[in-house]
Design a protein. Structure first.
Length: 158
């Protein structure tokens, strides 16, 4: 089961189109309880988190025993208070992911790219392009990204 969380109905609709089984708006105050209900109280095995702040703290509460939280962004710009000892009782883990570090390790990057392009070639992975813009509009595109209202990847063309 794939549970998707997003901050708007429009973004949740995209998650539905991409195959999510359960849709939850994380701007609702009890969203983490909705995640637990969807999993029969067990929590999720893997959570991908890119918002930060309070969303990070609530996502930790959604983890199952032996669950893993992967942080790959902080789009809210908010920092979180984190107490590592809270992970011990249920053998949970938190890990960060930063693509530039992977790019410095060709022995990891190359097989990953082969696998990625295999999925793309077999049409098992769908890319969501939110817009294509001329490079001259880079400042405006950054403003769009900071507004957190974009969906998918934004492409700048020279």
């Amino acid at each position: 089961m794939v549970i998707a969380t997003a901050s708007s109905e429009e973004k949740l609709a995209v998650a539905r189109e991409l195959g999510a089984d359960v849709l939850i708006n994380y701007t609702e105050p009890d969203w983490e309880q909705q995640v637990l209900e969807a999993t029969g109280g067990k929590g999720v095995n893997v959570a991908l988190e890119m918002v930060g702040g309070d969303v990070f703290n609530k996502t930790v509460k959604c983890l199952a025993t032996f669950g893993r939280l992967v942080i790959f962004g902080a789009s809210s710009g908010e920092q979180s208070q984190f107490y590592p000892a809270m992970l011990m009782g249920r053998n949970q883990s938190v890990i960060g992911f930063f693509l530039p570090q992977i790019m410095r390790k060709p022995e990891i990057l190359q097989p990953s790219l082969v696998e990625l392009f295999t999925y793309l070639g077999a049409e098992k992975l769908k890319l969501t392009i939110g817009g294509v813009f001329p490079l001259e509009e880079a400042a405006e595109v950054h403003t769009l990204l900071q507004s957190r209202k974009t969906i998918g990847k934004l492409i700048l063309e020279p």
